[in-house]
Design a protein around this ligand. Structure first.
Ligand code: UGA
Length: 432
């Protein structure tokens, strides 16, 4: 198939590479000229495990993927995936939040005006339930002058990619959810994944949108749940990781997403949870459980600073090394990263902060400028520090001997507590 992808951010570009790798011809449409140039030179605009290599294969060697600024190219494709950023910031109003998706949809509509054949438009960005019916379809009809169901089809096909292993997640999907305007739209969308062995569930459009939000809210709930259990476990001398292992043996519970620590970050779980809570407020429904999931996560990173204070006393003037800044390993993404909150707290308490991350340093510099010191190796960040905080579990930190004689606080269970307790001056887990 000829596929156009609107928006070549994280979701768009990974989806584009994934679709090219299963045999489609893909064009990424973006408004950012420098991003388009980078993709056409087979260079990755951000770090994601395996992305640079995949771009070289599909852009340069096979010619199956390219990028363009020209929205009119949409009319030459069979199906369009909307993958634009659905930014959500609690302070922004609904109009602002929907700005990108509305602009992209308007331009898709305009380019469909000249198309004679049937076309399908698929929402892949995570949008609150009802968005495709209430916003996307009316805009497509208005700007194309055509009618949904007759001239074009619409579907919702949420993405379930995990940063850091996104290309693997794409090639080994555990489910394909398709919310369809009608059967033709759904079948056209399902056809894109011909050959995949993943189970397919076809639903109404708003159901598919809700499946995405409910899934992320559930994962967030698992994390806040185990963190809350961990906070008590620490007080009463129980290892929360053993508790999680024991709980996880029950297949109804499962071990995944029960790794206690400083909580969830990233562009997805926090943002989707906020959007869902907003939807509850708009509809007058209460969500005490999901609100608690959110609040528990907000306070969890601060515990790390509390543990540091318990060890060192006043943090003013103390040199604190922060290891790992990305919200999780194998990405350079620092959006809503717990490290950012930890650094802010340390700075508020007038500590001297030294940071190191294998991939995210440029992004942290954009945020903290001269407020913190930057080191280019683990050893450099550890040397001369009064205390080391491990905030992201990059594999290069997982060596207890690196921390010999140091005061260490581990937010991610990067180290083995028994081994670390032997070699470190002191070793504390955030909730173990
Ligand atoms: C998440 C979902 O896992 C994906 O299924 C979904 O497609 C994606 O959001 C999205 O909506 O696009 P992602 O944000 O890439 O994926 O990262 P996760 O692997 O879910 O991790 C999120 C955060 O939770 C990280 O900060 C991680 O360190 C933390 N986490 C995860 C824990 O604290 N404990 C765990 O047991 C697991």
């Amino acid at each position: 198939m000829d596929i156009s992808i609107v928006g070549s951010g994280y979701v768009g570009l990974v989806t584009a590479v994934g679709l090219a790798s299963i045999g489609h011809r893909v064009v990424c449409i973006d408004v950012d000229g420098s991003r388009v140039d980078l993709i056409n030179r087979a260079e990755a605009p951000f770090y994601e495990n395996g992305l640079a290599e995949a771009l070289r294969t599909h852009v340069r060697d096979r010619g199956a993927l390219r990028a363009s600024l020209d929205y009119s190219e949409i009319a030459d494709s069979d199906i369009t995936f909307i993958c634009v950023n659905t930014c959500s910031n609690s302070g922004q109003n609904a109009d602002f939040r929907q700005k990108h998706i509305k602009e992209a949809t308007k331009k898709i509509g305009q380019s469909l005006a000249s198309k004679r054949d049937y076309h399908t438009v698929v929402t892949k960005s995570s949008v609150v339930p009802g968005t495709t019916e209430k916003i996307i379809i009316p805009l497509l009809e208005r700007y194309s002058g055509k009618q949904v169901g007759t001239d074009f089809g619409v579907a919702v096909n949420p993405e379930f990619l995990q940063e850091g292993r996104a290309l693997q997640s794409f090639l080994n999907m555990d489910r394909i959810i398709i919310g369809e305007y009608d059967a033709r739209s759904g079948s056209m969308t399902q056809g894109v994944y011909n050959g995949s062995r993943a189970p397919v569930l076809r639903t109404k459009m708003r159901t598919a949108e809700m499946i995405k939000f409910a899934s992320n809210a559930f994962l967030a709930a698992k994390i806040s749940f185990i963190n809350e259990i961990g906070n008590l476990c620490k007080k009463i001398g129980v290892d929360v990781y053993e508790v999680a292992d024991g709980m996880g043996l029950d297949p109804r519970i499962g071990r995944a997403f029960l790794n206690a620590g400083i909580g969830f970050g990233g562009s997805c779980l926090p943002k989707d949870l906020e959007a869902l809570l907003r939807k509850y407020r708009e509809t007058g429904e209460k969500a005490p459980l999901l609100s608690a999931v959110y609040n528990t996560n907000k306070s969890q990173p601060l515990r790390m600073v509390e543990v540091a204070r318990a060890r060192l006393g006043d943090l003013k003037g103390k040199r604190i090394g922060v290891l790992g800044l990305a919200f999780k390993p194998h990405t350079d993404d620092i959006r809503n990263a717990p490290a950012v909150e930890v650094i802010r707290q340390l700075l508020a308490q007038e500590a001297r902060v030294v940071v190191y991350d294998p991939k995210a340093m440029p992004r942290v510099r954009e945020l903290f400028h001269e407020q913190v010191e930057y080191e280019d190796s683990v050893a450099g960040a550890i040397a001369g520090c009064d205390c080391i905080l491990i905030v992201t579990e990059w594999s290069e930190f997982k060596d207890e001997n690196l921390f010999a004689g140091k005061v260490v606080i581990d937010g991610r269970r990067a180290l083995d507590p028994d081994k670390a307790s032997l070699v470190c001056q002191s070793y504390d887990g955030v909730c173990w």
